[in-house]
Design a protein around this ligand. Structure first.
Ligand code: ADP
Ligand code: ADP
Length: 542
């Protein structure tokens, strides 16, 4: 509704909207009186990859605890735990009956990858190899290590490897296990696109070739699309109640989710649709030049890693998307621009103040969120700051919490807010999408775009979620080369040219969904894939 009338629009001007409401039915689980309640459960299926798509705080982890046999569903009776017969009566004749019977009989083995891989070093001491060898129940370890590209970290201590490496180690450890049911809570944080696509293929193979049930929570929609056979959508009111829908085809499920309206449920979950342009935007670089640089080079140590960047210009008010594999010199380039590192050859003609949000966020101070943000900006609490930063980043609810108690997604939002709140010429955000759900990615994208425009600043955003880059960037900087050895940075390019160059490096093409124009990854070798490669059109279609 327009917000004025609660029920029917007297002018018939606006379609009637059903906002998510708590159901009258019995929940699957309720944590306590007036506490969070979950309705519906996902149904894992042998030989299939089942996805769950929905916001944070909507009960996905609760559902997984139940399916993993770590928690018995109480059907809303939080005072007295029901016995299995009562539970099974409830699910007789549904897709979950067999699964729950096996669970009751202790006949399901489960392997799960946690959401926050950064916490693994707190729980495990020792070398990566020792951790992995314990998990190798399928005899698949060598193959997984090679395909995930983690040979180099096997003899390193777990607490010394990067988040992207930890993510792949954790996936290897989970998929090496012998289990009926594999549950992976987010597979993409800290991975580049090549690594994301590899992970998706490995998970699919385990389902198809070994007939396992895979359940994956994922917010990178291009990867979810590639990965899953069907998906459950989750909606409701985060923190209060969550509803998990019956399975939908991946295509329809993602389309409905993006449109903001769930058809079978007759439920609007968002006011506006998230839409993609089929055509590349015309490159507008009307803002003043803030930095101009000739070809730059930089190497570390005895040339173990070297970077060369083509000459280019960056402008006020623009958002530059930065794409390319991990370890290719993206952060190094940003430091050169900011004057924090001196190039070996070439010179940057400007002294730019830079505000930086790193990929791995370390804010361990014992401090409340509001005190932390107040220490960064005098604007804290002003109506302008609230509208531009606090609201889109959904900070109101976490203001009184301690930094150390925040979840990964909350920490990310506070870090983005901190970065944008500083006075600077250049805002560098490294993987702002990590651990954010789809709504939060869209809101963060809007906040970054608006902020850059209003302040005549420039944002450089490194991200691997192709939908987020599409929604965010005016132009692209494309990196390629050999990770950890040498990198090459293109000059800033228009979106069409940049996407073509980037995706050609990856050998991946996208087609458009007929109904919504959403970009979807083509099957390698399909007719469209071959045709688009021949035409040199990897992303935008005309
Ligand atoms: P998601 O995985 O979708 O982010 P969760 O299942 O982790 O969601 O949490 C859903 C809601 O349930 C949250 O509001 C959380 O605070 C609440 N919750 C989770 N565990 C408990 C618990 N043991 N007692 C009470 N509330 C809980
Ligand atoms: P990206 O941002 O694309 O992930 P980086 O610019 O962080 O890449 O790093 C590129 C390469 O340079 C990596 O192999 C990294 O280990 C190495 N590197 C980064 N900083 C230093 C440094 N200060 N000293 C030596 N090597 C470094």
């Amino acid at each position: 509704s327009c917000g004025i009338c609660v029920e029917k629009c007297p002018f018939d001007a606006i379609e009637i909207i059903n906002l998510p409401q708590e159901l009258d039915d019995e929940p699957v689980h309720r944590y306590g009186e007036n506490a969070f309640a979950l309705y519906g459960l996902p149904a894992p299926e042998e030989g299939q990859v089942t996805g769950i798509l929905g916001p944070n705080g909507i009960g996905k982890t609760t559902a997984i605890h139940i399916l993993a046999g770590e928690m018995r569903p109480n059907l809303g009776e939080f005072n007295q735990e029901p016995d299995w017969d009562t539970i099974l009566d409830e699910y007789r004749g549904t897709g979950l009956q067999n699964y729950l019977e096996d669970l009751r009989d202790d006949d399901v083995t489960v392997a799960r990858k946690p959401q926050y891989v950064d916490q693994i070093p707190d729980q495990f001491d020792g070398k990566t190899r020792e951790l992995l060898e314990r998990t190798d129940e399928r005899g698949a370890l060598d193959d997984l290590v090679e395909r995930f590209g983690i040979e180099a970290v096997l003899d390193q201590d777990i607490d010394s490897i990067s988040g992207g490496e930890l993510q792949r180690v954790a996936m290897t450890a989970t998929l090496a296990r012998e289990a009926d049911f594999y549950f992976l809570d987010e597979i993409t944080p800290y991975l580049d696109i090549g690594q994301r696509v590899t992970a998706a293929r490995i998970i699919r193979e385990l389902a198809e070739e070994e007939d396992r049930s895979m359940l994956v929570v994922e917010h990178d929609l291009a990867i979810l699309d590639l990965l899953a056979d069907n998906i459950h959508l989750a909606y409701g009111s985060p923190g209060a109640f969550g509803i998990i829908t019956p399975p939908k085809s991946v295509r329809n499920g993602i389309n409905e989710y993006l449109s903001g309206y769930l058809e079978n449920e007759n439920m609007r979950i968002r006011q506006d649709a998230i839409e993609f342009e089929e055509h590349a935007p015309r490159t507008v670089t009307s803002g003043q030049v803030v930095a101009e640089y000739p070809e730059l080079t930089k190497s570390y140590g005895d040339g173990e890693f070297s970077l060369e960047a083509e000459a280019g210009q960056i402008h006020e008010g623009e958002v530059l998307g930065v794409v390319g594999p991990n370890g290719i010199g993206k952060s190094t380039f940003a430091q050169l621009l900011a004057g924090r590192l001196d190039p070996d050859t070439g010179e940057v003609d400007a002294e730019l103040d830079i505000s930086y949000k790193p990929q791995y966020i370390e804010i361990d101070q014992h401090m409340r969120v509001d005190a932390f943000l107040r220490s960064i900006t005098d604007d804290f609490g002003s109506s302008y700051w609230k509208t531009e930063i606090a609201q889109p980043l959904q900070l109101e609810r976490v203001m009184e919490q301690n930094l150390t108690d925040l979840s990964g997604g909350e920490r990310q939002r506070v870090a983005i807010a901190a970065c944008l709140s500083k006075d600077a010429d250049l805002y560098l955000l490294d993987e702002p999408s990590a651990h954010l759900d789809v709504e939060q990615r869209v809101l963060a994208t809007d906040a970054i775009r608006r902020y850059t425009e209003i302040h005549d600043a420039t944002a450089l955003v490194i991200d691997h979620d192709i939908y987020m880059i599409d929604l965010l960037a005016d132009r692209l900087l494309v990196f390629d080369g050999e990770p950890a050895q040498h990198g090459h940075a293109s000059a800033p390019k228009g979106m069409r040219e940049g996407m073509n160059e980037f995706l050609a490096n990856l050998d991946v093409t996208f087609r458009r969904d007929e109904r919504t124009s959403r970009p979807r990854v083509n099957k390698p070798g399909s007719q469209l894939d071959r045709q688009q490669k021949k035409d040199g059109e990897y992303y935008y279609t005309d």
